[in-house]
Structures are given as C-alpha cells and as structure tokens.
Design a protein around this ligand. Structure first.
Ligand code: CDP
Length: 762
C-alpha cells in the first residue's frame, strides 16, 4: 500500500480559485505602509539627507534614516558579512536603501519619498568583477574589493595531468547575472505588540526559522518573543531566502510607532535590489587523451558578489557547491579556484533554482565537454558515454571531495537518446545543412548535489543545516505534520502528507501539513537548494516511523500479543500468522488516547518528532537533449524540441515532479536565451522592469518531452532525492550546446540573444 502517486495538489483548491493568502492580501487594524527611498547612484558619498518636507506631509508618520536606526543600521548577512540596512555616509549600488517613509497608505508613502532631499557626491564606479580586482580599482568597501579566495581539488595532481595530456581545450565563458524574478515580489508586515513585547512578522520568506534567528540578532529581542509567519508565497527560487533592508525597516518602524507596518516592494525594486544569481566569469580547461578519455578539468572563476557578500550559502563553501564542476565524469584530477569580488552592484548570489552554484558548475563542464568533442571531431554523445561515471562505481568519490550516492548515468542518457531518436535527428540535421538551414542538437548530462546538509560538512551562519518534522495523531486517527521547510508553490502540503500517509497507511486527505509559522513548526533552515524533500522529507518519514513503532506496542496491548508477533503489512499492524487479526493506525491512535492499559514506558498518544541530520547530500541527475532551429535571416533561436530524462530517486508525486521539471526547463530557456541583469558603465541597472528583463512565456517554450529513470538514494529513508532545481541546472548547457552545434562555433555567451547569435554567425 502506497500513498505515493500523482494525487491532486491539496493547496490548489485555494490557489487556483484565487483564494490564497499572500502577505500583500493582509490588512491589520491600524496598519501603516512603508516605502523605501533608493539611491539613484551606483556609488556616491551621502552628503546630507533632509526629511523635513516629507515629515510635513499630512499622511506621513515617520521617516527613518541610518541615524534613526541606531543599532539596527547594519545587519548580518547569511555570508558572514554585514550589510547597511539604510546607507549612512556612502551608497554602494544603484537602488541601495537610503530612507524609509511610513504613511497612512502606500501611495502617500511613495509620494513622500520625493519630498526627501538627499545630496550625493558621485564617486567612480566599478561594475566588472575582473576590473574590481585590479590593484588600482576603486574600492567598493573600505577593506578593498576582494571577498574571498577558495579552492577545491588538487592543484598539483591537476597540473601533472595537464602537463602530459595529449589534448587540452580552454574556453572562457560567462554565466550572466540573472534574477529569480518570482511572480510575487518580496514584502513583510511587522507588528510589534508593546504589551506582550512580542514581534510578529508576516513575511514572504523561504526560511522562516532562519529569519527569526536573524531578527533576534538584529533587534536584540529574545528569539522566542519573535514569530515569523510565511503565508502563501508566490515563488521564491532563492530570492526569498535573504533578509532584506525593507523587512528590517518595517520592524524598526513598528517597534517605534507601536502599530503594524507593511512594506511590499514593486517589480523594479525586486529586480534592481534583491538577490540575483550567477554572475560568474569562468575560464575552464579540459585535458584528454587523443582517444577521448577525459583526464582532468581545471577552472578559474571570478565571482561577482555585488556590494555586500549577501549570498545565502553554506559558510564553509564561499563559492557554494561549485566544486561539483567535474560533473558526471570520472576524471583523474581536478582543481578550481574561485575569487569573489565586490562591485557597485546589488548584493546577492542566491541559490536561484540551483543548489548553491551548481548551475554554474554544470554549465561549465557541459560546455567544456562539447568543446572537447569539437576539437577531437567526435560525437558529443559518444564522448559522454565513454567518460560518464559507470553504475558500478557508485558510491563514487569525486576528485573534489564529494561522494555521489547513487546513479546509473548511461541508462538515463540512453533513454533520452531513445525518446529523441537521436540518429534520426542527426540525419535530419545533415539534410537541412545541405539546404543551408541552421538546425542544432545539444546535449547535457548533469549531476546535482542537493539536500544541504550534513552537519559534518556545512552550516549556515554557524547553524547546522538540519530540519525537522513533528507529527500529532488525533484520537480519531487523523494526523497533522508540522515541518520546518516552507513551500513557495512546490506542493509541500500534498507531498509531505503523502509521506506520512505512505508510512502510516492513512488517506492523504487525513493528513494536514503545517508550515510557515515559527510558533507551531519545528526549527529548521527552510526551503532552497531543493533541500525540502532530502532533509525535512526524511525527518517526516522518520517521525512517521516513530509513530508506527509506538503504534506497534499499543497494538500488541490491544490485541494481547507480543509486539514481535506483529508485522506491518498493507498499512496496518497484524499478527504474523493471522493477517485477519490486526489494527490500523486510526484504531491504534484511538486506543492510545483511550483507557487501554498501555505497556510500561509507553506514553499516551502516538505523537512523534524527528530532526534529520543527513549523512550525505543526494545526487539527482539527468540527460537532456535540445533541438534548435536558428533563423538565418534574424538569428532568432527557436527551441523546437527538448527531451528531459530526470532521475530523482523515488518520486513521491510524479505529477508534481513533472511540474517542477517543466518550470525548471522554462527557467533554462530564460537564462540561455533572454535573461540578464545588465549595467552601464555608471552602474545604472538596465533591467529594472520585465520589459527589459525578458522572461520566457508560453511562446518561447516547446512541448517538453520528459522521461525518467529511478535510482533511489541509498541513505534517504524513502529513497527520494531533490528535484526542484534539476531542470534549471541541466537545461542551459543543452540549449547553448545546440546553438553552437547549429552554428559550428566553439562558444556563444548567454543570453544567446539574436544580436549575439548574429555576431557568431558572421
Ligand atoms: O526544496 P524544494 O521543495 O524546492 O525541492 P524538492 O525537495 O526537490 O521538492 C519539490 C517538490 O517535488 C516537493 O513537493 C517534493 O515533495 C516533490 N518531490 C517528489 O514528489 N519526489 C521527489 N523525489 C522529490 C521531490
């Protein structure tokens, strides 16, 4: 008996009727509205701020500047830096927060922003991370522009492999600054109750507990006097992990005024000032033998972190998990060096649908493999099949220190080629080429690393990246499971109920999922990096198994047999020799709360909790094939077919998994063809609206063709691996590989806009 399968999403009953409850839907009695004044300059001294006229506006209640914030003027980031909540004497990027107006309504607050007089003295600007690291570069921060140097792998072994390799190919590539662009922008309502001394923050966050800890550090309030509630969230993709200055200003204003204060940013503010992703300039080298054996990979990266190091990343990995850059290949040696730089751009570098820099790593290695195939004159499929880690090599210890848990890469690739009918595609391409048409076929094979993470390997701000689940069984046999992770549309209310139902033989509808409220859920670090299922999902299964184990003792008392005589089959405990005698969990739950004499040491009820410290990450993988047609007259790229074979271990809800893949593939089209947050030389952000920052619509995407293989994770209680970000990670290189294949060129940088493709065609 299993509750896994494509059951309908419970949350859709309200979401598709427009009855979701998002932060901006909420109105509290006496609530005021905040608006942020932002710097028009990318770098300038703030000479003076005069809020006199704004304060005279009849609907304005307060104007906060850095001096009014006192101890709350600076806040810790999730990367061991500190960030100005409101700029005091210097602004470091266009859009940086300078003042916060509180008024009766949103419109008056916005009007009053124009009444604040700020005198700026512009300073030289640096927006290119490579330029920022030169000796004579303008310092963005007092201590200079260097954020960190970080290495993984073995430099000496790698140098040796490269010195005696028969073929070495080098390619520079940029993964441009892109933005998660969730449908709902960021926002919060802070409500400080002066009588109770308790702060409640309704916030669009992906990580309510981590936020609560941060607010305790920022405000000095005891953490248990803070409640963070994340109601329905309209997409996060990493953008809603960080704490933003607007939240802190809303808190400060509510504490000062004693009434609730709402702050919700607009689209331009979201694009210009909140956590972006990528912005990696990479030089990759790949070494091989003449017969195509990949021997080594070496990478140098310059990572642009903007004006503050505000990336949400495990502390011991300043470059995230970029160290999985050897991808899915069995190499002799590998080494990467990542240098982080401050620039006069918005801070961030969030885990945008990519578990901490894995999108960059996968892009790099999959482009390098195609460059190598081109150099050797071999088919990229054959080169991959020759070098993929073999099924019998798992668990596989990578040359950069990770142990990939399980995989059968060849099976996934062969399945993708079967769906694509690869040989027929190549034949079609040859015919079209002869007629002068531009058709390209691109492959990618990716390995993801998700489920951060094991406390022995990683932490965030010194906090173990472990998550929990708590199950309460009612006497009538229904269950509530409270989880520490927070859905932004991924369907947790359904899939986490399925896990409990699966483990306890319950109906999915008899399990309710509680999440997004720090007052009634266990502590945990939240949802990003596809970690919910690998971490909190595991905790949920383990908590359910604790319920089941206790139920066995109660059932033994009910049935007057020894616990060892009971077996769990078809969703109930029954006597080993006589399946007709047994009890279901609802029957046992009732007895456990009833008057039955419980065995010694067995507590009343069946409630149970678990916190999960994963022994390892999970390593989902996939094989993608992309077919593009390029218009020779306009250089417009059309993705005609896209075949995605994903393996995320056991699928709890295949329909939800499929939805996650469709979304991620669409993201990939955006990044490969359209999306970039660009800046001019004065640091003006050129992508401040969705007219400039192009995201894909139904017009740009093909009918996705998906397939799957299932290789369970050996250490996850239900064998599941994360899936949330796989397609975002795997698809950009397949698309760019297809474009390069069509044009017969080594490389085109993303986004492959018509002008870039046209240039490459010349
Ligand atoms: O952390 P996040 O929820 O973004 O990512 P995830 O853990 O990969 O899960 C995304 C959605 O897919 C959730 O509803 C999962 O429970 C579901 N899922 C699944 O049904 N089976 C899997 N093997 C992995 C995820």
């Amino acid at each position: 008996m299993t509750a896994f399968g494509s059951v309908r999403r419970k949350e859709d009953a309200r979401l598709i009727r427009g009855q979701g409850r998002f932060v901006d839907d909420m109105e509290l009695p006496g609530m005021l509205h905040g608006a942020v004044l932002r710097s028009p300059y990318a770098h300038a001294e703030v000479v003076s701020i005069d809020a006199t006229a704004a304060l005279q506006h009849p609907k304005v209640h307060a104007v906060l500047t850095a001096s009014e914030l006192g101890d709350m003027a600076w806040m810790p980031t999730l990367s061991a830096d500190t960030q100005a909540v409101l700029a005091g004497d210097r602004v470091l990027f266009q859009g940086q927060e300078v003042a916060f107006v509180v008024a009766d309504d949103r419109y008056s607050a916005r009007d009053a922003l124009e009444l604040i007089e700020v005198e700026y003295e512009p300073l030289p600007v640096v927006t290119d991370a490579r330029a920022a690291l030169l000796d004579d570069a303008t310092p963005v921060r007092d201590a200079g522009n260097h954020v960190f140097d970080w290495e993984a792998g073995d430099p000496d072994a790698t140098a040796r492999v490269f010195a005696n390799a028969e073929v070495v190919v080098e390619q520079d590539m940029v993964f441009p600054r892109s933005h998660p662009a969730p449908m709902e922008t960021c926002g919060a309502i802070a409500s400080f109750d002066r009588v109770e001394g308790k702060l409640t923050l309704w916030c669009t966050t992906q990580a309510p507990h981590a936020h609560r800890t941060m607010y305790a550090l920022i405000t000095g309030l005891p953490e248990h006097r803070i409640r963070v509630v994340s109601p329905d969230v309209g997409g996060g993709f990493g953008n809603k992990v960080p704490v933003y200055p607007g939240y802190v200003c809303a808190i400060a204003a509510s504490m000062q005024l004693g009434v609730p204060v709402k702050w919700v940013e607009d689209r331009s503010e979201n694009l210009m000032s909140t956590g972006f992703a990528r912005d990696y300039a990479m030089r990759g080298r790949i070494a091989a033998s003449a017969d195509g054996r990949i021997r080594g990979i070496a990478v140098d990266v310059i990572a642009d972190h903007g004006a503050f190091n505000a990336t949400a990343q495990p502390t011991r990995y300043p470059a995230g998990f970029f160290s999985v850059f050897t991808g899915s290949y069995d190499v002799e040696a590998a080494h990467c060096r990542v240098t982080g730089a401050f620039t006069n751009k918005a801070p961030g570098g969030v885990a945008y649908a990519c578990s901490f820099r894995i999108a960059e790593a996968v892009y790099l290695v999959e482009r390098l493999v195609d460059c190598l195939a081109r150099e050797l004159g071999v088919d990229p499929v054959a080169l991959r099949l020759q070098n993929l880690i073999r099924a019998d090599q798992f668990p596989y210890a990578s040359k950069t220190g990770w142990v990939y848990d399980s995989g059968d890469y060849e099976a996934a690739l062969i399945e993708a080629l079967r769906i694509a009918d690869y040989d027929a595609l190549r034949a079609e391409q040859a015919e079209k080429r002869a007629r002068g048409e531009l058709m390209g076929i691109g492959l990618s094979f990716f390995t993801e690393a998700v489920g951060a993470g094991p406390r022995k390997h990683m932490d965030m701000l010194g906090l173990a990246m472990n998550d929990g689940a708590a199950i309460r069984m009612s006497p009538t046999g229904t269950a509530q499971v409270a989880i520490s992770v927070q859905s932004q549309g991924q369907g947790h209310e359904t899939t986490f109920a399925q896990i409990v139902a699966h483990e306890l033989g319950l109906e999915v509808d008899d399990v309710e999922v509680l999440h997004g409220d720090t007052d009634n859920t266990p502590y945990g670090l939240g949802t990003y990096g596809s970690r919910s299922t690998p971490v909190s999902g595991a905790a949920t299964a383990i908590a359910a198994r604790k319920v089941r184990d206790r139920a066995r003792l109660v059932a033994a008392a009910m049935l007057e047999v020894a616990p060892e005589d009971l077996v769990w089959r078809e969703g109930r405990w029954s006597v080993a020799g006589d399946p007709s005698v047994g009890a279901t969990i609802p029957e046992i739950a009732r007895a456990a709360r009833g008057t039955l004499d419980l065995p010694p040491g067995v507590e009343t009820g069946l409630d149970a909790e678990a916190v999960y410290d994963p022994p390892n990450l999970t390593f989902p993988f996939g094989a993608y094939v992309c077919v593009v047609d390029i218009d020779p007259g306009t250089a417009v790229v059309k993705v005609r077919r896209f075949i995605a074979v994903d393996d995320c271990g056991v699928r709890i809800n295949p329909a939800i998994v499929e939805g996650q893949i469709h979304g991620g593939l669409t993201d990939g089209i955006g990044m490969a063809l359209m999306e970039t947050i660009a800046f001019d030389e004065d640091g003006n952000c050129l992508a401040g609206s969705l007219m400039d920052y192009l995201i894909p619509t139904a017009v740009e995407v093909p009918d996705w063709e998906t397939g799957m293989t299932v290789t369970p994770s050996p250490h996850h209680p239900i064998g599941a691996k994360g899936i949330g970000e796989s397609a975002t990670v795997g698809s950009p290189p397949a698309i760019v590989n297809a474009i390069c294949d069509a044009l017969g060129v080594a490389h085109v940088d993303m986004p492959c806009t018509p002008s870039r493709v046209w240039e490459a065609m010349q």
